[in-house]
Design a protein around this ligand. Structure first.
Ligand code: B12
Length: 219
């Protein structure tokens, strides 16, 4: 099977709620040496976004969305370890990342964490449904340079505002970046975050820019 067919097969596996095919095709990606990141982004993520649109348009039920997410995760868990990590002697910076309180979505957050790791950052993923205080505590514990908060619903994105306030109150100086399907640059500005990124590439660029800004302050 060609690379295109395999990658499109991954997209289709998610759209068809077909965990078995997701597993089989992810293994084929590995065997054939296909770029795992390309397979995740152009296959699995494309698929879950298609399913999300159908769910948003009330064409499918939550139960269906859940099995599609399972198929996506099965593939992602197989492909993630195949992404080469940057071999820097010194980490580029320390990032604490999590999904905000009340929100259980983690696919995008996990991918962002993985990409940052692949680019030499030390990443501490505190998981999902995490209150602002948990981000502050972990950031203090590890001496984080950057804190990343993911929110996928219009209700839970309000937690990103609480998070910024909690950091200001704690006095701990870390740059805060936010992301998630329902937020944008304007929201980042509204809540007083230091930046927003809409996808994996932008998240890495933003994290590097925030590190520059951290260094400028020190000098
Ligand atoms: C998969 C999914 C689920 C899965 C989650 C599985 C999991 N373990 O993560 C399940 C089925 C469990 C689920 C549940 C729910 N979901 Co849901 N879900 C989705 C779906 C289809 C895809 C999300 C996803 O993983 N996308 C793929 C990843 C790669 O994209 P991403 O998360 O956006 O991340 C990218 C960027 O946003 C960015 N990014 C993300 N995080 C961060 C963080 C930082 C720091 C940075 C810099 C960047 C960044 O980079 C990522 C890579 O490009 C979306 C639709 C959509 N298109 O977003 C709906 C969606 C988010 N869900 C929605 C809803 C309503 C729910 C439920 C409330 C449904 C319900 N009635 O119970 C529950 C939530 C319960 C809760 N308390 O959280 C709505 C939200 C609507 C809204 N405006 O509020 C959406 C938009 C669907 C819709 N169209 O209606 N969901």
């Amino acid at each position: 099977m060609s690379e295109e067919k395999i990658i499109d097969g991954l997209r289709k596996a998610v759209v068809d709620y077909d965990e078995e095919s997701a597993k089989r095709l992810a293994n084929e990606v590995i065997e054939k040496g296909i770029d795992p990141l390309k397979a995740i982004q152009e296959g699995l993520v494309k698929g879950i976004n298609e399913v999300g649109e159908k769910f948003g348009a009330k064409k499918i039920f939550l139960s269906e969305l859940m099995i599609a997410a399972e198929a996506c995760l099965v593939g992602m868990d197989l492909l993630k370890p195949q992404i080469p990590l940057a071999k820097n002697a010194k980490p580029v910076g320390k990032v604490v990342i999590g999904t905000v309180y009340g929100d259980i979505h983690f696919i995008g957050k996990r991918l962002v964490a993985m990409m940052l790791e692949a680019n030499g950052f030390d990443v501490y993923d505190i998981g999902e449904d995490q209150p602002a205080e948990a981000f502050v505590d972990k950031a203090k514990e590890v001496g984080a340079d950057i804190v990343g908060a993911s929110a996928l619903t219009t209700t839970t994105r309000l937690e990103q505002e609480k998070l910024v306030k909690a950091f200001r109150k704690s006095g701990f100086k870390a740059k805060i970046m936010i992301g998630g399907a329902v937020v944008d640059a304007a929201w980042a500005e509204t809540v007083g975050a230091d930046g927003y990124a809409k996808n994996l590439q932008d998240a890495v660029t933003l994290a590097k820019q925030l590190m520059e800004r951290t260094r400028e302050k020190v000098i």
